[in-house]
Each structure stands twice: as C-alpha cells, then as structure tokens.
Design a binder for this molecule. Structure first.
Ligand code: SAM
Length: 215
C-alpha cells in the first residue's frame, strides 16, 4: 500500500462523518466496552472508534498500516502481529474496502479475538459506483454485499450474532476533498453517483456486523 493515508490524517481526524454516527454508536456498543475489556481497533484512521471505546472504559490498542495515522502498532490488517485470542473484541470500521485481501483480514481479526469481532463498512451498490470509488480514491479495492460479508464471517469461523443495515450520508464535496480528488475527475464521479446525491449529500449504504467465535 502506498502511504497516501499518512498525508490524510488531519482530514480523517476532523471528518464529521467519521467522528460521529449511528454506525459508530453501534460498533462501540457491540464491542461491549467496560473497565476489564480489551479491544483492538483495526485500521484506526483518525482514531474515532478507539476514542469512544476508551471513553467507555475499555483498554484499547490501535493498529493501522499507515504510520502517519499514529496507531499504537503499524501493521496491515491481514498480518496482525498479535497472539491468538489476545483481545476480548476486535473492531474495524469503514476500512475493509481498502484491504487487498479482505478474507485474510477477517480471518486475522477472528484469530486475535477471544470472543467477538465487529465490522462496519460501506456496502456494494453497483459496478458504476465501484468505478466512482476508484476514481475518487485509487486505494479503494471493493465494497461487498451483505451476503459476501456473511460468507467472510463463516469462512473465518465467526457466527453472525447481530447485524444492522443503515444509510449514512456525507457532504459530497468534503468527501472528494478528503482524498484530494483532482478537479478533472470530480464531474465523472458525480455523474456515476448521481442517483445517490441529494442536496449535496452522498448516501452511503452501510452494514455493521457482529461475529462471535464459533464453538
Ligand atoms: C477511512 S479510514 C478508517 C476510519 C476509522 N476506522 C474510523 O472509524 O474513523 C481507513 C484506514 O484504513 C487504513 N488502511 C488501509 N488499508 C489498510 C490495510 N491493508 N491494513 C490496515 N489498515 C489499512 C488506512 O491507513 C486508514 O487509516
């Protein structure tokens, strides 16, 4: 992965879409944070999941592939440098669509979790939307449908214990600004996503899944 992410740290720390949201509340709640609970926040980015988990009393370790995000540990999601069952819970929010091998990453999260894995990500809507995502941000790999997420969980030995689909939204221009999409590409992205843009805001269909370690 190129280190384009390290240059984006401020944008992601300040992003309202990342700092708040029903999806964030759900990810934090489903990790079941508390004073004796340990959680690994994978692809922590601006650190919003970690911050909220710490506020709820959990002991949190952050990991991210980009040094500039200043995680506790620098590592890719598909090679987590932790022993089996090191954390009560593992969280990963709005990042899996960047992973080159998403199944390997889910397997790693399941391996280092003692009990539960909570993953939230944008969901697949169409091939033209995937094209728009790649033009906006060449580090985009793929969004997945809910059925694909179920198969990743099953292959990683996780039982889906809870699931919620929701519609997030984000300011469309701020979304392009975060990835510094060149002026010449913005109109093409807008055309491809036209049906999902309303009053300057882009709809982001999202799923949150909680998996527990299968017996
Ligand atoms: C949109 S940000 C994450 C947002 C954050 N989890 C939150 O809730 O605000 C995406 C993050 O994924 C990280 N990332 C991208 N590819 C990765 C990989 N293969 N392994 C680990 N982290 C990765 C990037 O460095 C970036 O910090």
């Amino acid at each position: 992965m190129s280190d384009v992410w390290s240059e984006r740290v401020q944008a992601y720390r300040e992003s309202a879409t990342h700092a708040t949201g029903d999806d964030l509340d759900l990810v934090v709640g489903w990790c079941e944070p508390g004073p004796d609970v340990t959680v690994l926040d994978v692809a922590t980015g601006g650190g919003h999941v970690a911050r909220r988990l710490r506020e709820a009393g959990a002991q949190v370790v952050t990991v991210d592939a980009a040094p500039g995000m200043e995680p506790d540990v620098i590592a890719p999601a598909d090679h987590l440098p932790f022993a089996d069952a090191s954390f009560d819970a593992v969280a990963c929010r709005i990042a899996a669509h960047h992973f080159p091998d998403v199944l390997a990453a889910v397997r790693e999260m399941a391996r280092v979790a003692r009990d539960r894995v909570v993953i939230c990500d944008n969901t697949f809507t169409s091939e033209s939307a995937e094209e728009a995502d790649r033009i906006r941000d060449p580090s985009h790999v793929r969004n997945y449908g809910v059925a694909e997420w179920h198969s990743f969980f099953e292959l990683a030995g996780l039982e889906v214990a809870a699931e919620a689909s929701m519609l997030r939204d984000t300011d469309f221009e701020a979304w392009l600004d975060r990835t510094e999409t060149p002026a010449g590409d913005r109109e093409r992205v807008r055309e491809l996503l036209d049906s999902r843009i309303h009053d300057g805001r882009l709809d982001l269909p999202t799923v949150v899944l909680k998996g527990t370690k299968a017996a």
